[in-house]
Ligand binder design. Structure first.
Ligand code: BES
Ligand code: MN
Ligand code: MN
Length: 462
């Protein structure tokens, strides 16, 4: 029998090459121009699962992009691990800020990844992290080390809200029955500080449109006499936070879970350097809700952020004009107990109510989802913790993340199972940004750690 570390040593060049080939396909779910590439990626994932030893692999059609489902059932009386991941990626723009093209992966060394990182859109989020599971399965099947049943569900619409996955899950509860869900689509604190993600924030995403006059106007002839939608929108948005950076929407905090002093003290034990944080982002100060630390602001507290704002003239030179319309895309990150549909409604009612006379406001909800917090006294968490101890030589720290994977709370609701979030990315890996990358060390460490989870989870379950 070959150990997982020996297996990785023998096959790592191929593991890297296979991931690079997957990263070459631009599976941008948000942009319909890439439809064929998204579908091609689903096929590539399907064939990789077959090669890795799944007995049954299928492409499940949905109203949107398909879900790749695969399974290897060794014995129905043994536990079943359901692996979830996504093969779609975020759009790569702005392209000019990439140092190498987003779909021509290259390995480059960085300060945090001295032995190289793969630079490409999706390298970390989530193709690289999803593919760790495919390679871990390859090891377990080829070396006769798979201790339990495994199911894979890899979707192509995570980055656009997983709307069709929700329906798929609701309709396929039987097929998807499992004892634990395993996901690598988050991060860890640092390469020498392993951590397991125990929380995700919920999300409400809306688009707003402010309309003033029925046409664009000369800003000299009309300026000062009619409401300028861009001025008004800026003012409305500014009013959504008070001087302490609290969100001003009535009722917004009503259901927010307040952590106890003890829980906050526990959180504060995680290693964190404010100086490093600031210098990595080249900022001279952090900014946020009064009364909370940086790590609290980005995990246990809800937020409201403008993600994009546009309107009027943005071409070369100056054009004197009052635009008829102004727009913004706004996201609210939510914490446990805040219901995303309720928050969306509170936002809409409030935003419409603060519009001054002279403009019309339209609020269009996009997607959203509930937050998630997982306990650490479960077999799943303990098995994951032991797996990290095995490969990192350290006990991982439980940590709540600020990001969202809305489908996770739905899994619990529909399938009744908990999710273990074993992420191997770093915050500095630039997911959703130009120059996204994933450390080769992290990639291989993930592949090494996953089979241990299967082993401990099975041992602890039976
Ligand atoms: N993998 C990320 C979420 C993530 C990253 C969670 C790092 C924790 C740590 C996921 O692909 C993502 O980008 N989610 C979106 C929400 C989705 C509905 C578009 C997000 O968090 O913005
Ligand atoms: Mn992701
Ligand atoms: Mn993402």
């Amino acid at each position: 029998m070959t150990s997982i570390s020996a297996y990785i040593q023998n096959h790592k060049d191929r593991f890297i090459e296979e991931l690079i080939n997957l990263l070459k396909i631009p599976s941008i779910s948000a942009d319909s121009a890439y439809k064929n590439d998204v579908l091609k990626t689903a096929e590539a994932v399907k064939s990789s699962l077959t090669k890795a030893g799944c007995d049954k692999v299928e492409i499940c059609e949905t109203k949107g992009y398909p879900i790749v489902y695969g399974e290897k059932i060794v014995d129905k009386s043994l536990p079943t691990v359901l692996v979830y991941g996504h093969y779609d990626v975020q759009p790569p723009d702005p392209l000019e800020l990439w140092t190498s093209p987003p779909f021509e992966p290259v390995i480059k060394a960085t300060k945090l990844h001295p032995d190289g990182a793969i630079f490409a859109r999706g390298a970390c989020d989530d193709k690289g992290q999803m593919y760790m599971h495919v390679k871990a399965l390859e090891y377990m099947t080829k070396e006769n080390q798979l201790p339990c049943n495994v199911k894979f569900m890899i979707e192509g619409e995570e980055e656009v809200g997983s709307e069709n996955l929700a329906e798929f899950v609701a309709k396929n509860k039987e097929k998807l029955t499992n004892d634990i869900i395993l996901i690598s689509d988050t991060g860890m604190i640092a390469k020498d500080v392993p951590s397991i993600t125990t929380g995700l924030r919920g999300l409400s995403y809306v688009e707003v449109e402010v309309t003033g006059p029925n046409r664009d106007l000369h800003s000299g002839l009309y300026g000062g006499a009619v409401a300028n939608p861009i001025n008004v929108l800026a003012k409305m948005i500014a009013s959504l936070h008070d001087e302490n950076n609290h969100i001003t929407i009535p009722g917004f905090y009503d259901k927010v879970e307040e952590l106890s002093k003890e829980e906050r003290a526990e959180m504060a034990k995680a290693p964190f350097s404010l100086e490093d944080y600031k210098s990595a982002l080249d900022i001279d100060a952090v900014y946020g809700e009064k009364g909370y630390t940086t790590n609290e602001r980005n995990s246990i507290r809800p937020t409201l952020d403008v993600n994009g704002i546009w309107g009027g003239y943005i071409g070369e030179g100056a054009k004197t004009v009052i635009a008829s319309k102004a727009y913004a895309k706004i996201s609210m990150r939510l914490v446990p107990h805040q219901d995303w549909k309720e928050i969306t409604q509170l936002f809409k009612t409030h935003f419409e109510s603060i519009a001054p006379a002279g403009v019309k406001v339209k609020v269009t909800p996009h997607h959203g989802g509930q937050g998630y917090v997982t306990p650490i006294d479960t077999i799943g968490y303990k098995a994951a913790s032991k797996a990290y101890e095995q490969t990192f030589g350290k006990t991982p720290i439980p940590q709540r993340s600020g990001g969202s994977i809305p489908i996770v709370s739905l899994f619990e609701k529909e399938l009744g199972s908990k999710t273990i979030l074993m992420g191997f990315g770093l915050d500095s890996d630039a997911i959703h940004s130009p120059n996204e990358h994933f450390g080769v060390w992290n990639y291989l460490k993930g592949i090494e750690t996953i089979p241990w989870f299967y082993k401990y989870f099975t041992e602890m379950s039976v």
